[in-house]
Structures are given as structure tokens and as C-alpha cells.
Design a protein around this ligand. Structure first.
Ligand SMILES: [Zn+2]
Ligand SMILES: [Zn+2]
Ligand SMILES: [Zn+2]
Ligand SMILES: [Zn+2]
Length: 212
């Protein structure tokens, strides 16, 4: 089997799209379904892993959303293992933007932010603002999920036949160690070895991240 990223669903209409077609679709779907001239200004942003674009969130942010809210969301769904430090910046490794800032004060259509979680085993994300839209959205949530990537299928490094369900944290440093249920018990990397589950996050296999 080969690595592949299945299609993902637009939560507004329920249809499935490849990563390439998704942004264009969600943008037009948003206008069609939520635009209302008497609404309030929302931002449509896409957050993705800097090194694997198959991990992404398409989000709709209310005008009161702060960077702290976005940070909490990303920790909750993707990142939190042991309370590491995180930061937003305009450039990679650039000056930190205070978390109290509203997202709409630092982002507008076409602009991007960089985000880092954990300055040791860093997970890096890119945040791009796609559009702003005057809308009436359902619910009181500050952050609404318009789409989230379906978990990529990663083949086992040992047999190549089945999808990996566990990662050897010793091999992970070399970008290997993806193992299926059959091959994991026979894998021996010595005393330092332990397994983490394969989860739908760009932090899968890193530090102690287990998706919980
Ligand atoms: Zn749609
Ligand atoms: Zn950690
Ligand atoms: Zn295997
Ligand atoms: Zn190993």
C-alpha cells in the first residue's frame, strides 16, 4: 500500500473534496450559505502543518476571537502533550505576537501567520486568512470547524502491507518507525523504545502526544 490522504468533508454541505479543491469550495459554500448583509464580520482561515499539508483545519472565526482562543483550540485538537510553550509570529522564528491580540487585528485576506508549539520537538503550523465574510453563523462558538482533514493512511515501514497504527519513538527521529498491529510486537529498538498511537495530528509520534 502507499501513503495517501483521503478526501475531506465540507461541514457546511457534507460534500467531500480533495485538499486541492477544498478551499475554493468552502469559500463559495460560505458565501452561499452564511452570507448575510446584516451579519457580523467573520474570518475564514486555514491552519495547516508546515511540513505536511495533509493535516489541516478550515475555520470560521468570530470577531471576538483572540490568538489565545486559537492557541487553545489547536492545543485541544492537535497538539497538547505536556503543556509546552507556544507562539504566533508574522515570520518563522520571528517576534512573538501577544496572545491577547484579536485575530482580526493581525490577519486579513491573503495574510499569513506562523505558529510553533514546543520549542524542543517543535510542531510548526501555518495560518492563512482566505477571506472575510459578513455572516450570521449558527451557535455561539468563537471558532467553528468548516472542515478538518481525514486522517492520512500511512503504510507500515516493516511490511508495507497494512496501515501503521503505532509509532516507535526511537525510530521517529529518523522519520521512520511507523508500524502496523502485526509488526509492532516484533519491533525491537532497545530500552529507550516505546510506542505512541498513530493519530490524526501533525504532532503524531512526537514527544508524548497520544491524541487524548
Ligand atoms: Zn460545502
Ligand atoms: Zn510534550
Ligand atoms: Zn507491518
Ligand atoms: Zn524503532
Amino acid at each position: 500500500m502507499q501513503y495517501h490522504a483521503p478526501k475531506s468533508t465540507c461541514n457546511l454541505c457534507g460534500k467531500e473534496y480533495t485538499q486541492r479543491g477544498l478551499t475554493k469550495h468552502v469559500k463559495s459554500c460560505l458565501t452561499k450559505r452564511l452570507y448575510n448583509q446584516h451579519g457580523i464580520p467573520y474570518l475564514y482561515i486555514v491552519v495547516r502543518s508546515s511540513f505536511n499539508h495533509d493535516y489541516f483545519f478550515h475555520l470560521l472565526l468570530s470577531p471576538t476571537t483572540t490568538l489565545k482562543d486559537l492557541d487553545a483550540f489547536l492545543r485541544n485538537y492537535w497538539l497538547e502533550c505536556c503543556g509546552h510553550v507556544s507562539a504566533f509570529a508574522f515570520e518563522r522564528w520571528g517576534e512573538e505576537i501577544p496572545m491577547s491580540r484579536k485575530v482580526n487585528k493581525v490577519l486579513s485576506p491573503g495574510k499569513t501567520l506562523e505558529y510553533q508549539y514546543d520549542f524542543g520537538s517543535t510542531t510548526e503550523l501555518q495560518i492563512k486568512c482566505i477571506a472575510d465574510i459578513t455572516a450570521v453563523a449558527k451557535g455561539k462558538k468563537k471558532i467553528q470547524v468548516l472542515s478538518r482533514n481525514t486522517q492520512p493512511i500511512i503504510p507500515c515501514d516493516a511490511c508495507g502491507k497494512f496501515p501503521a497504527t503505532r509509532i516507535c519513538t526511537a525510530c521517529q527521529w529518523d522519520g521512520a518507525g511507523w508500524l502496523c498491529e502485526k509488526c509492532a510486537p516484533g519491533h525491537d529498538c532497545g530500552e529507550e523504545m516505546y510506542f505512541l498511537p498513530v493519530v490524526n495530528s501533525p504532532r503524531t509520534g512526537v514527544c508524548a502526544y497520544d491524541g487524548e
